[in-house]
Design a protein around this ligand. Structure first.
Ligand code: HEM
Length: 491
């Protein structure tokens, strides 16, 4: 009887794979070398290389902490972001993100089961997703896109840092939606290689700190010592943002003015049932800037870089815009419906350079499996959108090439909310980017505004092949070297 029982149980035990494949770890320190070495520079590429060896689901353990499981195929992305999304409701919170309580009150890091997360998503949705909010904020987007065009035309013949110029427009649009004020001086005065303006510097530091492999995350028992100083630097920079936002709240309360912006909406909530604190509001606004700051503008910068390398595509796009707008001076959101090539350029840019190349989740419930492997609670899941966007099995026609044409004709059906997980640059499920509808309007609007009645050339001595497409990934995917180009105003 005992033998029969053992035989009955044996196949079941061996049919349960213990863990996804992955690099062999060392006793005590696990795969700390992988974590600190490979993931320091362009982690999306390092993870894609490892996926080449271990497959579309692999795991490693950065130290004494939970396992990291990396997913790199549309099927695995669908499983994590759609089919199992309720169980993967949380995000991994790096130690530095816990500085000044940010992680514990941030929409981007709270588990989606938390009431505050839900409340923040509703507030953001009212301005960024609902058709009422999108219609109400349309004049702000139009105004800042035209303002950028005016300033670029005024700099005709002189080089500008493209990303920095768009950063100003993107952040001022968001700040005007949030609290009806500009946060960036966007007169393009500082484009000649000087230090970045303060707001850009703060956001840059935060991204840098949150993306850097940190000993506190690999060995949580060392976290109180903050050996790499990451939490300290995050605190310093977050404090500057909080100070700005606290001041805004105080001034608005003192003035009693009503602008119909997000600040008014949250102050109204504050007095109603929700009891949002001043600190909750500061964290929500930080989320908005963190989300918006280096995403829309980077996408425009990458698109411009590719168009400068491919003069024929630049001309095709300018011709489409000119034919559609005629003698109109500035592009408006209402014009975007007639510009299919413009949308194809934006989609192709986000395929090659998803602004957030690796999306994270944390397993929040027991009994979950991915790819047939059981996942322990607390496992950190990394979905490599960048790798999926360049996978030759998924994109057989020259996956590394910039070919907006792939999004025309039958390819036009591929869109940001589509059911095809080969293309999800804004993520998916309940945590999908709340800025999607905003960005899907603003990015093409800004790009078209920069190309309408403006020709772009390269600084003297440069040829298209010199445009450097090297990447530098913090939490977001930046150009390693800021793109510098020369706008030339045309009639
Ligand atoms: C080209 C533009 C953008 C891209 C490609 C992008 C991409 C993403 C991605 C991939 C995620 C993770 C989604 C997931 O986990 O499934 C995300 C999250 C987020 N994004 Fe965006 N984003 C963009 C613009 C924006 C804008 C304009 C805002 C705000 C105004 C924003 C705010 C956020 C926030 C707050 C989150 C965290 C949401 C949560 O965890 O609940 N993003 N974004």
């Amino acid at each position: 009887a005992i033998l029969l029982l053992r035989r009955k149980h044996k196949p079941r035990e061996s049919s349960l794979p213990a863990a996804p494949p992955g690099p062999v770890g060392l006793p005590l320190i696990g795969n700390a070398f992988t974590f600190f070495g490979l993931l320091r520079h362009n982690p999306h590429r390092a993870l894609a290389r490892l996926a080449g060896t271990y497959g579309p689901i692999f795991s490693f353990r950065p130290g004494t902490t939970c396992a990291f499981v990396v997913l790199s195929s549309p099927a695995m992305a669908r499983e994590a972001l759609a089919e199992r999304e309720a169980a993967l409701a949380a995000r991994f919170v790096p130690d530095s993100v816990r500085a000044l309580g940010y992680g514990a009150g941030s929409m981007a890091f709270l588990p989606s089961s938390d009431p505050l997360w839900k409340q923040h998503r509703v507030t953001a949705g009212a301005f960024l997703t609902s058709s009422r909010g999108l219609t109400a904020t349309r004049p702000v987007r139009n105004r800042h896109a035209s303002r950028l065009a005016v300033r670029l035309r005024a700099r005709s013949g002189r080089p500008v840092k493209v990303g920095e110029a768009v950063f100003g427009a993107a952040n001022n649009v968001i700040s005007n939606i949030l609290f009806s004020e500009d946060v960036v001086d966007d007169d393009l005065a500082g484009v000649q290689g000087e230090r970045p303006p303060p707001f850009e510097r703060i956001v840059g530091v935060l991204f840098q700190e949150w993306a850097k492999p940190n000993v506190s995350d690999a060995f949580p028992f060392l976290a109180p010592l903050d050996l790499f100083g990451s939490r300290r630097r995050t605190s310093r920079n977050l404090a500057q943002l909080y100070e700005l936002f606290h001041g805004l709240v105080d001034r608005r309360l003192a003035s009693g003015e009503n602008h119909g912006d997000m600040l008014d909406a949250v102050l109204l909530e504050r007095h109603a049932k929700s009891q949002l604190t001043r600190s909750d509001i500061a964290k929500l606004f930080t989320d908005m800037f963190i989300g918006a700051s280096e995403t829309s503008n980077l996408t425009v910068e990458w698109a411009t870089a590719h168009l400068l390398r491919h003069g024929d595509k630049m001309e095709k796009l300018r011709a489409e815009i000119a034919a559609s707008l005629g003698s109109k001076d500035f592009v408006e959101e209402g014009d975007l419906g007639n510009l299919p090539y413009l949308h194809a350029v934006v989609k192709e840019t986000l395929r090659l350079h998803p602004a957030v190349p690796v999306v994270t989740r944390e397993v929040a419930a027991d009994g979950v499996s991915l790819g047939g492997f059981p996942m322990a609670t607390g496992t950190c899941i990394l979905v490599n959108l960048w790798a999926i966007g360049r996978d030759p099995d998924v994109w057989p026609d020259q996956p590394e090439a910039f070919m907006p044409e792939r999004f025309l004709g039958a390819g036009a059906a591929l869109h940001f909310r589509g059911s095809d997980f080969a293309y999800r640059p804004f993520g998916a499920g309940r945590r999908m980017c709340p800025g999607l509808d905003f960005a899907a309007r603003f990015v093409p609007l800004v790009l078209a505004s920069m190309l309408h009645k403006i020709e772009w050339t390269l600084p003297e001595g440069m040829v298209p092949e010199d445009v450097d497409l090297s990447e530098h990934c913090t939490l977001v995917l930046k150009l390693a070297k800021p793109l510098i180009a020369v706008p030339v105003s045309t009639p």
